[in-house]
Design a binder for this molecule. Structure first.
Ligand code: MD3
Ligand code: FE
Length: 203
């Protein structure tokens, strides 16, 4: 089933459940080829969330800024290819939310350990902001912060749990958002982490 958070944002509760084992197996291969790392913000802070990528482009941050890069800066090699099970889930979710033909070329994988958080921000590094973003939550539950179009709009708290998929597009695409510090816990398949797959059309 699905619910609209606001115009343009649709939560598809549990949509990833049938694929959980395949998603996690594919994720192990990605992390073996492009290990999780803590990137540095343009301001010089080390992010609490550990990240890696798959697909033609990966999201990277360093002292020079944020960008999409076809190469992993840690290895100089291209990012691992996007697994079919990732691509199928993302395009199916987008279609259910009304975005037929979504063709993501970038998947950022965020790994939250207890205490890790993501402060309020907008995603606006993508070329075509008419394309939606699809987010898949796995592992420990989190409280997602869903704000407005200005940083000081008071955000709503939306719980996201293992298997939930959210599609953000249209009028929701430039809303501020973040993730509250992760609480301790142990997920039977994922262990002591939350994993978020974020699918985007970068180029
Ligand atoms: C709402 N990641 O990587 S994805 C990010 O759970 C990021 O790791 C979060 O925000 C995470 O940039 C949330 C969901 C998301 C992505 C884009 C959005 C929510 C959004 C754009 C507009 C509004
Ligand atoms: Fe974001």
């Amino acid at each position: 089933w699905s619910e609209a958070l606001c115009p343009g944002a649709v939560v598809l509760r549990g949509l990833a459940m049938p694929d959980e084992a395949a998603l996690l197996a594919a994720l192990d291969d990605i992390a073996a080829a492009a290990p999780f790392r803590h990137m540095v913000t343009p301001g010089g802070f080390c992010m609490s969330v550990a990240m890696t990528n798959c697909g033609a482009y990966g999201w990277v941050s360093d002292r020079g800024g944020y960008r999409y890069d076809a190469a992993d800066p840690d290895s100089g090699r291209r990012w691992p290819r996007m697994p079919d099970v990732f691509l199928r889930l993302a395009t199916d979710a987008a279609a259910r939310a009304g975005f037929d033909g979504f063709a993501p070329d970038a998947c950022l994988v965020n790994r939250y350990a207890p205490g890790a958080r993501l402060s309020l921000h907008q995603d606006k590094n993508e070329r075509d902001l008419g394309q939606p973003i699809v987010s898949v939550s796995l592992g420990l539950p989190a409280l997602f912060l869903f704000g407005g179009s200005r940083r000081d709009d008071k955000p709503a708290r939306v719980p996201l749990t293992h298997g939930d998929v959210v599609v953000w597009g249209g009028p929701a695409r430039l809303r501020y958002h973040g993730v509250m510090p992760l609480k301790d816990g142990l997920h039977p398949l994922v262990g002591g982490y939350r994993i978020n797959l974020t699918f985007r059309k970068a180029a």
